[in-house]
Design a protein around this ligand. Sequence first.
Ligand code: ADP
Length: 399
Amino acid sequence: MKVLVVNCGSSSIKYQLFEMPNRQVLSKGLVERIGERESAMSFTQGGQTHRRTCEVRDHEEAMALILETLLAGDGEAVLSDISQIKAVGHRVVHGGEAFTGSVLIDEKVIASIERVADLAPLHNPPNLVGIRAAMHEMPDVPQIACFDTAFHTTIPPVAYLYALPYELYEKFGIRRYGFHGTSHRYVARRAAEMLGRHKYDINCITCHLGNGSSAAAVRNGRSVDTSMGLTPLEGLVMGTRTGDFDPAILFYLADKGYDAATLNDMCNKKSGVLGLSGLSNDMRTLGEQARAGHKRAQLAIDVFCYRIKKYIGAYAAVLGRLDAVIFTGGIGENAADLRAKMCSELNLLGITIDEQRNSETVGREGRITTDASPTAVLVIPTNEEAAIANDTYELSQTA
Ligand code: ADP
């Protein structure tokens, strides 16, 4: 059975076509710069990667182009007819408190996603556009929504409430929601498999470290705390986002004449390791520059790693028993030197890194602690698309 997974941004659509239930990827690609004069499409199909520029006016045209490509794809068709797609899974960033798992989309679900759109103004509206475009092109196919927030809906009030006037939670829904949930859930489940445990019998800390980064405390397979908050700004230091900092800095800067839009832009786009280094948001570049003696590149890496270590300590205290720490995302999967730094002197948590295993585990799954280390540190490449395809497959069976 063929399942299409769609991740729709404001000017792009990423997609993957899966053969389910074995999760074989038949095709994957990206349409970007939608709405601009020169849009671009790249896709991999039949072992070949293609790139082309074209004019794609809106998301509906982009969706039509994706389907056309699956049917033709420069001579490498993976579908003989669109009706072979039996379900479509959509990544939706914010599900608010309403969605505790993936759901079959109907008008009521669309209305609920619209209601929480002001909590994720950059993400939910394009996600909805993608859903409507897919419904338009494939009206008889079940469409499923998978929310970044869903895995974190098990977080208790003690961890999701901010110490602000309680009415703000009641009136505006201001609380911690958390993101990257599909990734945290995927790696937590996979870690349970790797350790021979039931999926609801694992206590672990999952660290998703990419351009955006977040950590989660997972007790008995369920998220009980996470570092991102009302928005993805809170928590770990990221490529361009601050992570945690004293909110009074904003009032201080407001007094100095900075307006809200400037501060928003600064905190989301000009901070993080980019802001600290003054160089780049890309960890590879920072690593190279630090090795060449660039002091602020090294400083940015050090602050990034220190923050993660601090969260690992905090979440270990939250969990009590800790079976595993998991690294995923571009940095978590690849940057062995950074992992070693984040896990240094963590013997009190039962963590002893095996240097050789760590340096050999790059871009692949593996355990990087010594056999004697009571707590396992695991590297698990994330696969959010496969997780969405799984949910979509399962829900479409009941549709
Ligand atoms: P996104 O959050 O955009 O999905 P990714 O999960 O792909 O991002 O992670 C991107 C980050 O991973 C970048 O900072 C990149 O430099 C970093 N990264 C990728 N490969 C390596 C590597 N070999 N060493 C260090 N960092 C890496």
